[in-house]
Design a protein around this ligand. Structure first.
Ligand code: NAD
Length: 489
């Protein structure tokens, strides 16, 4: 079996199909964003590999879907426990191949990945046969498994997002094929080891490595699949929706954002500024970050000064070091993209409040950057950069703040700092999938997550995940003897 060693962790570079590792003759090279060192080569799926994964998932479906949620739960609890046993290996792999902070992996991502599996396994127990009684009939509303689910995830949070989808999909009785991001696929490969050790029946969970254009595109166009759950960019989502739409396969699309970070004139400016600096976490490669600062003109100078203080203290460097707060950008292509965004903005009249150039720590590091002197239709205000680049505009009234907040094609998240009643009232007027009042990043598993407008279609999280990953069926049993009649409705 092909494996590579990354930071002392041995990980398979092969696919995981039908409970076995499967090799590819074609491979893709992997580099660490930390220092561009080659990490090894990961398998690239051929059409035959995709077909094998489909056959395995289809073959495993009848037995897995026939289990009750209570019977599936022990498998998934063991899966979560096996993730926990490999906690440090997951941390090292994702820090090295995706550049995610090691501290964040240890304290946030890995515990959450375990919970993503075990929480949904427990929650599925409550989804059995929801009854509705009317005068006419007894309805048994069932959440039935849907079939084979294709799960496609991006490089900025592969472990978190893959488990966030796998948890409910498997708990609901589906079988799954995961296509990891080709720039950061290693934790998804280790997930297969955890599933294998947990004794998940062969074919229930499969991993097909490779590029989006080859492996991903073939998976989502297959008419035998029941669902596609995708997190990634808008252009890819359009391609996936078209391919899946040709077969009327439902898609859940969690996409990019250009979320507002609103600071009202009655906000605690220090609290807002310290949260504001968090938007540079993961080098700004966070879909739900508030990247457009909208600050009341009366407090703008004070807010900028407070946030500058926090940004100057940010520790930029190697994500494997405990003290690091901002790590590298995933890929040289992405660094160039970020830089070009900033250069075009400045050429168009934007002013730099701080940052604006590559960071001396290394080739894939960029300074935390803030641009101002912007118009609402400027490219940098309208488009997702997905790097450590924020914008700041001022407003003079709540109505203007709402108009600016709603003035892009995106609608994923938002942040609103202000006196609680005032901020809560304003937050309700922002057109977005979710918005945090005087806080950031609270993600309860029971709550819905997803975007509106270009930020996505559908909701995952809590019971919304099951609404998506299940076929909802109403079994209608009349209360009185039923006699067919053409006038009956
Ligand atoms: P991407 O769209 O380029 O790739 C995402 C995944 O799709 C990868 O696994 C890729 O291989 C696959 N893919 C590419 N083309 C495909 C095709 N034709 N068919 C099937 N699969 C295909 O996105 P990315 O650059 O990896 O990630 C960054 C984007 O993800 C940003 O826009 C970010 O906002 C978004 N994102 C959104 C959320 C959310 O929850 N809303 C979370 C994280 C990231």
């Amino acid at each position: 079996m092909s494996t590579i060693q990354v930071a002392g962790v041995e990980v398979s570079t092969a696919h995981y199909i039908g409970g076995r590792r499967v090799e590819s003759s074609e491979t893709l090279e992997l580099f660490s964003p930390i220092d561009q060192r080659p990490l090894g080569r990961i398998a690239e799926a051929s059409p035959e590999h995709v077909e094998a994964a489909m056959q395995a998932a289809l073959a495993a479906y009848p037995a897995w879907s026939a289990l009750t949620a209570a019977e599936r739960k022990p498998y998934l609890d063991r899966f979560a426990a096996e993730i926990g046993k490999r906690a440090e290996a997951f941390c090292q792999l994702e820090s090295n191949d995706a550049g995610v902070l090691l501290s964040r992996m240890r304290h946030g991502v890995v515990p959450r990945a375990m919970l993503n599996i075990s929480w949904f396994a427990a929650r599925a127990l409550e989804l059995q046969d929801h009854p509705i009684d009317t005068e006419q009939a007894h309805h048994i509303v069932r959440h039935d498994p849907a079939g084979v689910c294709v799960i496609i995830t991006p490089w900025n949070a592969p472990l978190m997002l893959s488990t966030w989808k796998l948890g409910p999909a498997l708990a609901a009785g589906n079988t799954c094929i995961l296509k990891p991001p080709e720039w950061a696929p290693l934790t998804c490969s280790l997930l297969a080891d955890a599933a294998h050790a947990a004794g998940l029946p062969p074919g229930v969970f499969n991993v097909v490595q490779g590029s989006g254009a080859q492996a991903g595109a073939k998976l989502v166009a297959d008419p035998r699949i029941a669902r596609v759950s995708f997190t990634g960019s808008v252009p890819t989502a359009k391609r996936i929706a078209q391919a899946a739409g040709a077969n009327l396969v439902p898609c859940s699309l969690e996409l990019g954002g250009k979320s507002p970070f609103i600071v009202l004139d009655d906000a605690d400016l220090d609290a807002a500024a310290s949260t504001g600096a968090l938007m540079y976490r993961n080098a700004g490669q966070v879909c739900l970050a508030g990247t457009r600062f909208l600050v009341h003109a009366r407090v703008a100078d004070d807010f900028i000064a407070a946030m500058r203080g926090y940004v100057e203290k940010l520790h930029i460097g190697d994500p494997r070091e405990e003290a690091t707060e901002v790590g590298p950008i995933i890929h040289p292509r992405q660094v160039e993209r970020v830089q070009a965004f900033v250069e075009r903005a400045v050429a168009g009249g934007a002013k730099l409040l701080w940052g604006g150039a590559r960071h001396p720590f290394g080739a894939q590091y960029f300074q935390p950057t803030m641009l101002t002197n912007l118009k609402q239709d400027d490219e940098i205000v309208q488009n997702e950069v997905f790097g450590p680049v924020l914008t700041l505009q001022t407003f003079a009234s709540d109505d203007e703040a709402v108009a600016l907040a709603n003035g892009t094609d995106y609608g994923l998240g938002g942040v609103c700092y202000g006196e609680t009643v005032h901020a809560t009232a304003l937050a309700q007027r922002v057109r977005t999938g979710f918005i945090w009042v005087n806080s950031f990043g609270i993600r309860d598993l029971a709550a819905p997550f997803g975007g509106i407008k270009r930020s996505g279609i559908g909701r995952e999280g809590g019971d919304w995940s099951f609404e998506f990953f299940c076929d909802i069926k109403d079994v209608v049993v009349p209360k009185k003897p039923f006699r067919a009649s053409f006038s009956h409705r």
